[in-house]
Design a protein around this ligand. Structure first.
Ligand code: ZN
Length: 195
């Protein structure tokens, strides 16, 4: 299911958006806790408090989920090496108030650059399954033109928001396309170059 730009607008950037796995297809009720297990791509990881990390995960079944990895910043952490951005990891999450990573085992490292992982985290809505996008990433045929089309922003139907020229970049925060010369006047971190 492709997310519409309007529902993304409210959810974009909300890294702690509450997700209840009980409400998602396939969520399991387990004595007061909800559990999720499956493959995930680690999109982003940030420090959280003194010792914890907060990770953004793209899962096949549930789309993007954000979870806390306890003590992942300690050198002795067993989870830490399996939660680096760009890794495909077998993951187990438990939801009890907060969503927690309880197990992680890395499988492989994707060839996507850090900027692509960062931008994917920016454009994906929380808990919206995107199976086509998942296949693109796992099959190694990811492109931003196709990915944005899947997410409801087809570059073929778009024009530069300033001058109406052919689009060469997408601004994740503004959710608009820009041509290369108009994009050059903007902050690089927010831009996805279509390539
Ligand atoms: Zn332009």
């Amino acid at each position: 299911m492709a997310a519409t730009p309007s529902n993304l607008l409210t959810e974009i950037g909300s890294i702690s958006f509450p997700v209840t796995i009980a409400n998602l297809p396939g969520g399991r009720y387990n004595g007061g806790m909800q559990e999720y297990a499956g493959e995930a791509v680690v999109l982003r990881r940030e420090p959280h408090g003194e010792q914890d990390s907060r990770v953004s995960l793209f899962t096949k079944r549930y789309g993007k989920l954000t979870a806390k990895a306890k003590s992942a910043r300690k050198i002795t952490s067993k989870l830490s090496p399996h939660l680096e951005p760009g890794l495909v990891t077998d993951i187990r999450l438990v939801e009890k108030n907060d969503m927690l990573v309880t197990d992680a085992l890395k499988r492989e490292k994707l060839a996507l650059p850090p900027s692509t992982l960062f931008s994917l985290d920016r454009v994906l809505a929380e808990a919206v399954p995107e199976e086509e996008l998942w296949s693109m990433i796992r099959n190694g045929d990811f492109s931003w033109r196709a990915a944005l089309g899947e997410l409801g922003w087809d570059p073929r139907e778009a024009a530069c928001a300033v001058c109406a020229a052919s689009p060469e970049a997408f601004h994740a925060g503004r959710q608009e396309f820009f041509c290369s010369s108009c994009a050059m006047k903007m902050k690089v971190g927010d831009l996805i170059v279509l390539g």
